[in-house]
Design a protein around this ligand. Structure first.
Ligand code: GDP
Ligand code: ZN
Length: 458
């Protein structure tokens, strides 16, 4: 049984205007009360109420910080334990002082993911829901966020549970056959196993199909912005980034000479790569710009090729266009605010006219058309209506594949009239693999490993 009380800062330090420190465990209310001064002592307040007061130094009674404290009594809390949340106005130093005081009480620092682990160990959520919480924390777009949310709410869990139920029934059926072999139901049982295992395999295949989409939702569609120097690549990236703030906007880095930015366009998460990088401003032969573009180009799911509409199409651009064939690409004819020089017909030899977008980043024209082209190219709106039970977690994918293999073995064995008790083992394995997804049959070591991936404070 869990007997100690833990604490951690639950919001990102320094970034937010408010910081929340969470305390969970049997002593949370009595211990926080020792350093919190308000009208009513904490142990007397109702559950799920918020209280204004001050964090004080227990010996000197010095006021450390003005705070709001929320009390949630067991079992109606995330961890199912007594939970106290302290909201302060942030500031790294004030939060640190509050944490220091808490740690002088009978409270220790939580390990990464320990709150969620407690919720799991106390039966509040299952393993796939816990992983959903982790994805939720990491999700980079609204879309990925809602997928993760669905998982927290248990949509994958309930599917897996239904499949496991089918397998348990199958196992029970096999058991009867083994116990009463004289009933001569052997061949009927083989048929039954084949029917049930193909049903479950079919359902697993559906879940696995969503895996690729799930990956895109989590990581974003890798989108390379390519083109000759000075055509407006960086300007385009900046404009898209401003108009489409993702929940988490990564600070632009300069990985491999490439600037990355996460944006969400019409609910589609894109990881934009500006292939220009930092060196563009230096005096480097134009050719190198094209070379560098090529690397990001070959790795991208989507290519946004920018050309300068106020200049004739350049030989380097023809070279790039040659390579666009067969790829998902959109051509942005930028700088239409200037007199036109580029020959659109040349571009139309390489891409569909719908995917050539005249634009002026400077005059803010054509951005909607570009966003529409991106949506059209990728999902034709179909993602919107899709069932949101995406399997996107690597561990889940591998377990689904293992379960599928065990069922395939069971099916093949049943077809060859291999003794039923042998087949039973395969069905049982499939049931166990599926169980590991929701944590029913997961080993302690695995559970520890999963929760250690959480960030602190969750
Ligand atoms: P990059 O080298 O391809 O990244 O191009 P930049 O984004 O750095 O832009 C090069 C220059 O073109 C800058 O001076 C921009 O202000 C200018 N520029 C970008 N977009 C437009 C546009 O639509 N019209 C005009 N007239 N100038 C633009
Ligand atoms: Zn640039």
């Amino acid at each position: 049984m869990i007997s100690d009380t833990i604490t951690a800062i639950s919001t990102a330090v320094g970034e937010a205007g408010i910081a929340v420190i969470r305390v969970s465990g049997p002593d949370s209310i009595t211990e926080v009360e020792k350093i919190f001064k308000s009208k009513k002592p904490l142990h007397l307040v109702d559950s799920h109420t918020v209280h204004y007061g001050h964090i004080i130094e227990p010996d000197s009674k010095e006021h450390i910080e003005e705070v709001l404290v929320t009390v949630m009594r067991a079992p109606r809390s995330f961890t199912t334990e007594d939970v106290v949340e302290i909201s302060s106005h942030g500031g790294v130093i004030s939060v640190k002082r509050i944490m220091d005081l808490l740690l002088q009480m009978n409270i220790r620092v939580a390990e990464p993911g320990e709150f969620t682990k407690r919720a799991f160990l106390n039966g509040r959520i299952d393993l796939s829901q816990a992983e959903g919480v982790m994805d939720l924390i990491r999700s980079k777009s609204d879309r990925a966020f809602s997928v993760a949310l669905k998982q927290v709410e248990g949509s994958l869990s309930s599917k897996i549970k239904a499949l496991r139920h089918t397998l348990v029934e199958t196992l029970a059926h096999i058991e009867v056959n083994i116990d009463y072999p004289e009933h001569d139901v052997e061949s009927l049982t083989s048929e039954f196993i084949k029917e049930k295992s193909s049903f479950v395999m079919n359902e697993i295949a559906k879940l696995l199909k969503t895996a690729e989409q799930g990956k895109i939702l989590r990581e974003g569609i890798t989108t390379a912005i390519v083109g000759r120097p000075n055509v407006g690549k960086s300007s385009l990236l900046n404009t898209l980034a401003q108009d489409n703030r993702a929940i988490v906007t990564d600070i632009p880095g300069t990985t491999r000479d490439v600037i990355e930015e996460f944006v969400t366009i019409n609910n589609i998460p894109l990881k934009l790569l500006d292939t220009a990088g930092i060196r563009e401003t230096m005096d480097i032969v134009e050719k190198i710009g094209v070379e560098r573009s090529r690397t990001a180009f070959s790795e991208a799911d989507l290519i946004l090729m920018v050309v300068n509409a106020s200049e004739p199409i350049h030989d380097d651009e023809i070279e790039l266009l040659e390579q666009i064939k067969g790829r998902q690409a959109i051509i942005v004819m930028n700088k239409i605010d200037l007199p036109a020089q580029a020959n659109r017909e040349i571009l139309e030899r390489y891409v569909d006219p719908d995917l050539i977008v005249p634009m002026s980043v400077k005059a803010e024209e054509g951005i909607d058309a570009l966003e529409a082209a991106i949506s059209q190219l990728f999902f034709s709106g179909s993602l919107e209506s899709a069932d949101l039970t995406y399997v996107s977690n690597v561990r889940h994918i591998s377990l689904l594949k293992k379960a599928n293999q065990s069922l395939r073995d069971a099916y093949d064995a049943a077809e060859q009239y291999i003794p039923i008790d042998m087949i039973q083992i395969d069905v049982r394995m499939a049931w166990e693999h599926l169980g590991e997804i929701v944590g029913d049959t997961a080993h302690d070591a695995l559970i520890d490993q999963i929760f250690s991936q959480f960030c602190l404070g969750k």
